[in-house]
Design a protein around this ligand. Structure first.
Ligand code: F3S
Length: 392
C-alpha cells in the first residue's frame, strides 16, 4: 500500500505508539484486502463497548491507547454499552462490572469519542451521500451503505477505532464503486406485512446469498424501519454490507441471476427464528435502536393497555431519541413498559434480569439471542409482541 510521507512518519512511530499502532492496523488490513492507499473519512463508529462482549484484554488495549494520548481525528461515536445509565440502580450486575463498564466509556471519552451509546448514530447525525466513513456494527454498516449511501466497509471495533485515530481508512471493498454493484436480483413474490417479515426475509437471504449484493424487486412500499430490519437481518445471517431496494430496478439488474422468495420461504424463515412458543418474560423492541417513528408506533399500539406483572417490556433507543420523544415515552411507561437507552437486550446481562424467554420483532435479535444470551426466543411482529406483553 502506498503511504504519503506524513503517513510513513506515523507508521514509523514518530507521532507515538498509539498512532503507530492505529496506522499499522490500517496498513495490515489494506495490504490484506488489496488497498492501494488510505482515504480520508468523515466519521467513525466503534463497536465493542459493552463489557459483556468486550472482556478485559480489549479494555487493556483501549486503555493503552488512551493513556498514550491518542485522540480521534474525525467525529467518532460508540455502540451501546451493557448498562442503561438512566437506570443504573435497576441493572442487576456487581459494582465491579459497573466500574469496568464505566471505565470503557470513560476511555473512549478521553480519546475525544462521543459516547452516544447507540447503534443508530444516523438518527442523530446523518452523513452526507457519497462520503466515506469507517463504521463498525453490521446493522449500522448495511444501513449506511444501502439507505444513506455513505460508503463504509464492515469494520470491526479495533479497525474502526484505528480509523478514528488516523482519520483515514484503506481504500478497498465498499469504498470502491466497482464493489458496490448488485450482483444478484431478488424477486419477492409475496406481500410483506410488517417489519418482522422484512427481518425474516433478510435472515433467509443472508443464509442463502452469503456476501452477494442483492437488488430487490417487489418490495411494494417499505417503510424506513422495514428496510432497517431487512438489512440488520441480512448482515447477521450473512456477510452482505449493502443491498438495493429498487422500486423499479434498472436494466442491469434484470440481466442478473434471480433468486425468488415466496410465501413458503418467508413462512419457513419466520418459524426458524422462534425456538419456543412459550409466554415471554421479556418483550424486546428496539434492535437496531428505535427511531422516533418506531417509538411512536409502540406508544400508539400500547396506549390504554397494561403490561403484565410478570413480563418486562423493553423498548430500546438512543438517549437522543428518548429525550426528544417525551410524550410517547410517557405513554409506554404509563402502560408499564420501559424505554431503555445506552444498551440493548443482546449486549446486556439478560440472564441476570431473570429472562429465560425473550420475545422480539427483530430477526437479528432472534437469530443471536439463543447463543449470545442463552434464552429461548419467540419472534413476531410489533403488534404480536405488544399483545404478548399486555393483559388485554
Ligand atoms: Fe443494536 Fe443491540 Fe441490535 S447493538 S443492532 S440493538 S443487538
Amino acid at each position: 500500500m502506498h503511504l504519503t510521507t506524513e503517513e510513513e512518519h506515523i507508521y514509523d512511530g514518530e507521532e507515538g505508539w498509539a498512532y503507530q499502532t492505529a496506522m499499522r492496523i490500517l496498513v495490515k488490513l489494506g495490504d490484506l484486502f488489496g488497498a492501494t492507499h488510505l482515504i480520508p473519512i468523515e466519521s467513525a463508529h466503534i463497536s465493542g463497548v459493552s463489557y459483556k462482549t468486550m472482556g478485559d484484554a480489549a479494555i487493556e488495549f483501549v486503555e493503552a491507547l488512551a493513556q498514550a494520548g491518542a485522540k480521534a481525528k474525525v467525529p467518532s461515536t460508540i455502540n451501546p454499552a451493557g448498562l442503561d445509565y438512566n437506570r443504573l440502580t435497576e441493572m442487576p450486575v456487581s459494582s465491579k462490572v459497573k466500574e469496568k463498564q464505566a471505565k470503557i466509556i470513560s476511555l473512549y471519552r478521553t480519546m475525544g469519542i462521543n459516547p452516544i451509546l447507540t447503534c443508530t448514530p444516523y438518527y442523530i447525525k446523518k452523513p452526507a451521500q457519497g462520503v466515506h466513513v469507517a463504521w463498525a456494527e453490521s446493522s449500522t454498516v448495511i444501513y449506511a451503505n444501502s439507505i444513506l449511501d455513505a460508503w463504509t466497509n464492515r469494520e470491526g471495533g479495533p479497525s474502526a477505532l484505528a480509523a478514528a485515530l488516523i482519520g483515514k481508512t484503506p481504500d478497498y471493498g465498499m469504498h470502491r464503486p466497482e464493489n458496490r454493484k448488485a450482483n444478484i436480483a431478488v424477486k419477492v413474490e409475496t406481500e410483506l406485512e410488517n417489519e418482522a417479515q422484512y427481518g425474516a426475509l433478510g435472515a433467509y437471504l443472508g443464509k442463502t446469498l452469503k456476501d452477494k449484493i442483492p437488488a430487490f424487486e417487489g418490495l411494494a412500499h417499505p417503510r424506513e424501519e422495514d428496510l432497517k430490519q431487512l438489512g440488520a437481518a441480512l448482515a447477521s445471517t450473512g456477510m452482505t454490507s449493502i443491498f438495493y431496494p429498487c422500486q423499479s430496478c434498472p436494466k442491469s439488474v434484470k440481466r442478473l441471476e434471480t433468486v425468488r422468495v415466496g410465501r413458503d420461504e418467508l413462512k419457513e424463515s419466520m418459524e426458524s427464528l422462534s425456538t419456543t412458543d412459550e409466554q415471554p418474560d421479556m418483550v424486546y423492541i428496539g434492535c437496531p435502536h428505535c427511531s422516533f417513528s418506531e417509538v411512536k408506533r409502540v406508544a400508539e399500539t400500547i396506549e390504554g393497555r397494561k403490561v403484565k406483572n410478570d413480563v418486562k417490556l423493553w423498548v430500546c433507543t438512543s438517549r437522543y431519541v428518548k429525550e426528544r420523544a417525551e410524550f410517547d415515552v410517557a405513554t409506554i411507561e404509563a402502560a408499564g413498559g420501559k424505554v431503555v437507552s445506552d444498551t440493548c437486550a443482546v449486549v446486556t446481562w439478560l440472564k441476570k434480569l431473570g429472562v429465560d424467554t425473550l420475545m422480539t420483532n427483530s430477526a437479528k435479535t432472534a437469530y443471536y439471542a439463543p447463543t449470545m444470551n442463552k434464552v429461548k426466543v419467540r419472534f413476531g411482529s410489533l403488534r404480536e409482541c405488544i399483545d404478548a406483553a399486555c393483559t388485554r
